[in-house]
Design a protein around this ligand. Structure first.
Ligand code: MLT
Length: 309
């Protein structure tokens, strides 16, 4: 008889608080999604999950720290399309590799990208926005959350389609970038929907279009990029939990089960959907599915992005 016996520590896990590193400022999409899901995971696990916002370098500072953390299940990170894919081609000296240095735990949410602008930015719709940005590329600026962040990479895509190179204004996350957009200190931003729904509904910013094939139920009046005249711009990001490489399979299974349970909770679902997130289908919630997503996304972004100069 052959039985795989997990070490006692893994069997009893967790016996103390867990730290979830969020690689961007509080109030932004990664922070909000992490807080909604980990609050429920903590109930399942019977231990608190403390969010630690560690900012800088488009999320790569925090992700380096998470890669180097002890692999005992007590330090995790909510990574995303930027930290765990786009950063690979953008940072040739990146101190971690998303596939080699992390264990995938669970995909938490898909996050469609919107083109947003300060309320008094002159263009009225997407067609006018395109014409205006092309005509004023030296004057306008785009807020983002650092090189390699989702907001940076998404607007890079947009800019390559428009063949313009406006100035980028970096922040430590799109939480603070959104404050600057609302305050009129920056012109526009390509941001994940989670950050935008409350502001769009409050009328404090403009939304030109959502870069997905269909409109989002949380923003029924915002046209798709295809409807608004720019079908080539399609972008949706994702957020997911990762543990440092070598974390025990028993711990990873416990964490995955807690995340999946959270995504099935009616209240968690409601909150994520209200903010426009796409809740992963059952088949996309496994560590294997997340590993495949990271692999595909690293390959995809490595083919289109060049090292930041
Ligand atoms: C954030 O949480 O601030 C965002 O995910 C930043 C980004 O990647 O654009």
């Amino acid at each position: 008889l052959c039985a795989i016996v997990a070490p006692a520590e893994a069997q009893n896990y967790p016996t103390r608080n867990i730290t979830m590193i969020v690689p961007f400022a509080a109030g932004g999409p990664t922070d909000v999604i992490s807080r909604i899901v980990t609050a429920h995971m903590a109930q399942t696990l019977g231990q608190s999950i403390i969010i630690e916002n560690v900012v800088g370098a488009g999320g790569t500072t925090a992700t380096t720290r998470a890669a180097r953390a002890t692999n005992d299940g007590y330090t995790l990170i909510t990574g995303h399309m930027g930290t765990h894919a786009a950063s690979v081609p953008l940072y040739p000296k990146l101190a971690y590799h998303p596939e080699k240095d992390f264990e995938p735990v669970a995909l938490l949410a898909g996050t469609p990208i919107l083109i947003l602008a300060r309320k008094d930015f002159p263009p009225k719709d997407l067609k006018e926005f395109v014409a205006y940005v092309k005509a004023n590329a030296e004057k306008v600026n785009a807020a983002h959350a650092g090189i390699g962040s989702v907001s940076h990479v998404s607007c890079e895509l947009l800019h390559s389609i428009l063949d313009v190179k406006p100035v980028g204004v970096p922040f430590n996350g799109t939480g603070p970038a959104m404050n600057a957009l609302v305050g009129g200190q920056v012109d526009y931003m390509c941001d994940q929907i989670v950050n935008a729904v409350p502001q769009i509904n409050a009328g404090t910013i403009k939304a030109y279009a959502i870069a997905t094939p269909a409109r989002n139920p949380s923003l029924p009046n915002v046209p798709t990029t295809a409807e608004a005249g720019l079908p080539a711009f399609q972008a949706q990001a994702w957020n997911a939990v990762f543990a440092p490489k070598g974390t025990s399979p028993a711990i990873l299974a416990t964490l995955n089960a807690a995340a999946v349970k959270a995504l099935d909770d009616e209240n968690v679902k409601k909150r994520l959907l209200e903010l426009g997130s796409v809740i992963p289908a059952a088949a996309d919630r496994t560590p294997e599915a997340l590993a495949a997503l990271v692999k595909a996304e690293v390959a995809k972004w490595s083919a289109v992005l060049k090292p930041a100069s």
